[in-house]
Design a binder for this molecule. Structure first.
Ligand SMILES: Nc1ncnc2c1ncn2[C@@H]1O[C@H](COP(=O)(O)OP(=O)(O)OP(=O)(O)O)[C@@H](O)[C@H]1O
Length: 268
């Protein structure tokens, strides 16, 4: 990275990406990524379609392992542990690094059980009622659902379902929450509520969010990474990171012309 200007106070790094290359079969989807994710901050990934934002996000909780053609080299360090080392249990990685997806996907269970299910599987021994209430409160959903906890999660509105999914992610006490375009299926008011929630959650969690909405990146994140796609001589399209810095600098004073063009809406 060729820039060293940052207005963000240096904090502890929770995820360090070093020289990461990601392949699907022979296709190099992400090339030579170096990126540090700071603790208790919100980091946004922006960039045109196909530049590898979701691929990188899914590397952080080993969700790409489920894709047969996937292969990665380089390192992703979670504190000092390489997430891809042979002694790392991907299930434990996914508990400590949770994920919220683009479309709300509650389990076909009650609101209560949506929260309790993961905790039970993870051997939670505490008071389940308290955990359900605490998780729903943290997800700013408690007041809306406290009288109908036994109703199906899918009976809620889209925005409520997404907050239920956030509550479900929180319930297993992760350290990091990955969000892949969490508001793209929501109306503007629900989007605002989720954005407010992201602000509150970063006091306790580290958040990494992929978003196509640049205003959203500017509103919610402390740091922003801009990715782009480079077409190779053989016609391949490799994703790479152009610039990573404090969000304010990425939007107001980027160092790279491609970033400037993208954030000003000249391409993408
Ligand atoms: N399971 C897969 N198998 C093969 N190629 C894949 C797979 N998933 C993603 N890709 C390819 O990897 C590249 C990066 O995709 P990815 O979804 O990470 O990009 P993105 O920046 O998140 O895009 P978008 O903004 O459209 O969601 C694309 O060329 C895509 O076609």
């Amino acid at each position: 990275m060729a820039n060293n200007i940052s207005t963000v106070t240096d904090t502890q790094t929770v995820l360090r990406t070093e020289n990461l290359n990601v392949y699907y079969g022979k296709f190099l989807a992400l090339k030579d990524i170096w990126l540090d994710i700071p603790k208790n901050q919100v980091t946004a990934f922006i960039g045109p379609s196909g530049c590898g934002k979701s691929t990188l996000l899914r590397c952080y909780n080993r969700l790409n392992d489920l894709i047969e053609s996937f292969r990665a080299d380089g390192k992703i360090l979670f504190y000092d542990k390489n997430l891809y080392a042979s002694d790392i249990d991907p299930v434990e990685v996914r508990r400590r690094i949770g994920m919220v997806f683009q479309r709300p996907n509650p389990f076909p269970k009650s609101i209560y059980d949506n929260i309790a299910f993961g905790a039970k599987i993870n051997g939670y021994k505490g008071n389940m009622d308290e955990l359900v209430e605490r998780s729903l409160r943290q997800a700013a959903l408690w007041d809306e659902v406290k009288d109908k906890l036994r109703q199906s999660g899918s009976s809620l509105s889209g925005g409520q379902q997404q907050r239920l999914c956030i509550a479900r992610a929180i319930a297993v006490q992760p350290e990091i929450i990955l969000m892949d375009e969490p508001c793209s299926a929501l109306d503007p008011i629900s989007t605002l509520r989720v954005e407010e929630l992201i602000h509150q959650l970063k006091e306790q969690y580290t958040i990494v969010i992929v978003t196509h909405n640049m205003q959203q990146a500017a509103r919610v994140s402390d740091k922003t990474a801009f990715f782009n796609v480079r077409t190779t001589e053989t016609g391949g399209r490799n994703g790479y990171m152009v610039e990573y810095d404090a969000t304010e600098l990425i939007f107001n004073n980027p160092q790279q012309q491609d970033t400037r063009d993208y954030v000003s809406g000249r391409f993408g």
